[in-house]
Design a protein around this ligand. Structure first.
Ligand code: GLY
Length: 302
């Protein structure tokens, strides 16, 4: 089977002075995870590894560098999904963890529960031996300054960042040598969100979806709109109907825009191994391994 890997680092109006850092971040994630895929690693291992690199990148709104909520704290959401059996793991509103995607993976493999939130997710991570960081360890000066700027601004809306403001969600989709698909997504959510607010990213079908018989997808953008149309599932449903990944992504985004005036982007791989991506905001950072040119393509789509 062809092997494939595509990642994103958010869809919003990425200003010119931040574009290079975004392209660098998504390229680095593919560069780190692609060799694993070549060595026969599972799609699940590869999407987890790629997302861990994106979570560690301070440019992006996931793990280190995430937005602050209305109390000035970082709360993270993440999920991972296995296209072989529709199994998934998800955590929401977790704190002090650099890699919530790995906690989601561990939860998926624990078999008993699929999704944990807040303190329960935190306790699970602790029990499983994940390092609990000092809250400062995830904080960046950029996000602190942004929080200070918006904290008392009555006109600020959580969907504003999909205009000309910093950051967004990360994600990865892969197909391994056995033709298995997987997807993973991780986020700090929206800026100044209400504590406990859960966006699209950890919701199966909204933030990510993977089904070997259809395709796999990871989304980014304004969660309150993406949840309404289950964007990732909508795209893979189109793939199941026979549309290639490119067309399915465009059709999903058209529904997001038309039905709910949504803002967001999606990356996807269909079951035949085609790549697809589409977005409503002006720009999306993404990278994939181009198997024809045998190199990484990393770009801000405009
Ligand atoms: N897409 C990230 C969020 O809205 O939480």
């Amino acid at each position: 089977m062809p092997i494939r890997l595509i990642v994103h680092g958010g869809a919003w109006n990425i200003p010119e002075d931040q574009q290079e850092a975004h392209v660098f971040g998504v390229r680095k994630a593919v560069a780190a995870a692609w060799p694993l895929l070549q060595d026969g690693a599972s799609a699940l291992d590869v999407v987890e590894e790629a997302v861990k690199h994106l979570e560690a990148d301070t440019t992006l709104d996931a793990g280190r560098g995430a937005f602050l909520n209305s109390q000035g704290e970082i709360e993270l959401d993440a999920m991972i999904m296995d296209g072989r059996n529709l199994n998934f793991g998800a955590v929401a509103a977790v704190q002090n963890l650099l890699h919530p995607v790995s906690v989601a993976r561990r939860l998926m493999e624990s078999k008993e529960f699929r999704m944990l939130v807040g303190r329960g997710a935190q306790d699970f991570a602790k029990r499983e031996g994940f390092t609990q960081l000092d809250p400062q360890a995830l904080l960046t000066e950029r996000e602190l300054a942004f929080y200070d700027k918006i904290r008392e601004d009555a006109s600020f809306q959580s969907k504003a960042p999909f205009g000309p403001l910093p950051g967004d969600t990360v994600g990865a989709v892969a197909m391994d040598i056995h033709g298995q698909l997987a997807a993973a997504t991780s986020t700090g959510g929206t800026p100044r969100k209400w504590p406990g607010r859960v966006g699209d990213s950890p919701i199966p079908g909204a933030g990510a979806y993977a089904d070997n018989e259809c395709g796999a997808a990871s989304t980014t953008g304004w969660g309150e709109s993406i949840i309404k149309i289950l964007l990732a599932k909508t795209v893979t449903d189109f793939e199941n109907q026979g549309h290639n990944a490119h067309k399915a992504a465009a059709m999903g985004i058209a529904i997001l825009a038309k039905k709910v005036s949504g803002l967001g982007g999606v990356i996807t791989i269909d079951r035949r191994g085609n790549y697809g991506w589409a977005r409503t905001p002006p720009k999306m950072a993404f990278a994939y391994w181009d198997t024809e040119r045998e190199t990484i393509e990393a770009a801000i789509s405009v």
